[in-house]
Design a protein around this ligand. Structure first.
Ligand code: 2PG
Ligand code: MG
Length: 447
């Protein structure tokens, strides 16, 4: 009874007094990311005592078309300081969005875009803008006293994402010789997120033992995303190890736990000769496509990200025609969470999924636009972390709120990764009827 009176009173209070949503303060400050580099933190408060704090993540294998991080390039932090970006939050963005309604996300984001005035957010800094944009949404949710996922997806949002866990790191995220960047396990054959996560954790630890026994202690050092970075050179060796670990942990590779790759092939591409350098060989686009066909035949793979370099829209079309009925062909560097680049891809059939990173485009509203665009055109959207991330869990809320059914956020280790998994566990626990989509988010169940 008392609770009812309170709820009705509070609803009246928030609807009558729109002022509670007005932005009262915007404060930018420096924090560190998981690689120990400075990044931007922003705290937004509302008149209704809502508080939202967000941190900007930071990539290593960044796409050419991403929003630009503003770095000081001075003496401090080896040039990686962010004091200019923070000053932009405090002196430019803050005064401009003060008193705006924190629920008017699109208006606020576009105000920042307008002030910035560049196509890649390089004046104010993508890092300044993204942290502010996310902090605004959190402040609005906090004013309403509801969690972020509910603010974004409504009271009925209940889809937990299938996680794609990068447990062997290569490419620019590790100091080994593996050419592909990410070797992921995908626990899609379970009935709930928590069961799927448990299986993944068990597999992660079995893999640790296998690596330690076979390659020695240094093989269990972890890379940027918490996956092991063993001294492997061979792609199939890494995939064999994943299959072995899945089996040894007592799960079925394929029907319970599938595999996924992020090739990050822009890093392997040699423009002068239009080839990719893979395992000491130079492969043409056609040979790369052949390689993927072979890998899909040999392993229970459900998703391949950035299989071709970031400008090769035609190659993506060709590849999607070839394997798009079996696996997700995911554009990360190709689309850079950019509505225009995604529209271009959709119009010609390049890929069938988009990797979604808020800091790649720079604002929450543009990110939401990309997810909606993808859904309207039968593309999947995978919410993703960055290799340099922070203890900000908000992408977990984004995945549930936007109902993407997919998330990529590293190994189940290192707190900047586990904070996202822990947040998903918390959301799952709090939901009346959580839904775990399993293999329905992929084109096909692997053999
Ligand atoms: C990727 C990401 C995240 P980075 O390529 O998908 O895994 O890496 O943040 O370095 O771009
Ligand atoms: Mg990628």
């Amino acid at each position: 009874m008392l609770w009812g009176v309170y709820a009705v009173g509070y609803t009246l209070y928030t609807t009558i007094y729109d002022d509670v949503f007005k932005i009262r303060g915007v404060y930018g400050f420096m924090v560190l990311d998981s690689r120990g580099n400075p990044t931007v933190g922003v705290r937004v408060t509302t008149q209704g005592l809502g508080v939202g704090i967000a941190y900007a993540p930071s990539g290593a294998s960044t796409g050419k078309h991403e929003a630009v991080e503003l770095r000081d390039r001075g003496e401090e932090f080896g040039g990686k300081g962010v004091s200019k970006a923070i000053e932009n939050v405090n002196k430019v963005i803050g005064p401009a969005i003060k008193d705006m309604d924190s629920r008017r996300q699109w208006e606020i984001d576009h105000k920042m875009i307008e002030i910035d005035g560049t196509p890649n957010k390089s004046r104010l800094g993508g890092n300044a803008i993204v942290a502010t944009s996310l902090a605004v949404a959190k402040a609005a949710a906090s004013t309403l006293e509801i969690p972020l996922y509910m603010y974004l997806g409504g009271y009925t949002a209940n889809t937990l994402p299938v996680p794609m866990l990068n447990i062997i790191n290569g490419g620019v995220h590790a100091g080994n010789k593996l050419d592909f960047q990410e070797f992921m396990i995908v626990p899609a054959g379970f009935n709930s997120f928590s069961e799927a996560l448990r299986a993944s954790v068990e597999i992660y630890h079995v893999l640790r033992n296998i690596l330690k026994n076979r390659y020695g202690l240094s093989a269990i050092n972890v890379g940027d995303e918490g996956g092991y970075a063993p001294p492997l050179e061979n792609i199939s060796e890494a995939l064999d190890l994943l299959v072995e670990a899945i089996r040894e942990a007592g799960y079925d590779p394929g029907s319970e736990v599938a595999l996924a790759l992020d090739v990050a092939s822009s890093q392997l591409y040699i423009e002068e000769r239009n080839v990719y350098r893979v395992e000491e060989k130079e492969l043409s686009r056609d040979e790369m496509i052949e390689l993927y066909r072979e890998l899909i035949d040999a392993y229970p793979i459900v998703s391949i990200e950035d299989p071709l370099y970031e400008e090769d829209f035609e190659g993506f079309v060709e590849l999607t025609k070839n394997i798009g009925n079996k696996v997700l062909v995911v554009g990360d560097d190709l689309f850079t969470t950019n509505p225009e680049r995604l529209s271009k891809g959709i119009s010609i059939g390049a890929g069938n999924a988009v990797l979604v990173k808020v800091n790649q485009i720079g604002t929450l509203s543009e990110t939401i636009e990309v997810v909606k665009l993808a859904f309207r055109n039968n593309y999947k959207a995978i919410i993703s972390h960055r290799s340099g991330d922070t203890e900000d869990p908000c992408i977990a809320d984004l995945a549930v709120g936007l109902g993407t059914g997919l998330i990529k956020t590293g190994a189940p280790a290192r707190s900047e990764r586990t904070v996202k998994y822990n947040r998903l566990l918390e959301i799952e626990r709090s939901l009346e009827k959580p839904y775990y989509p399993g293999f329905t988010v992929f084109p096909a169940k692997p053999h």
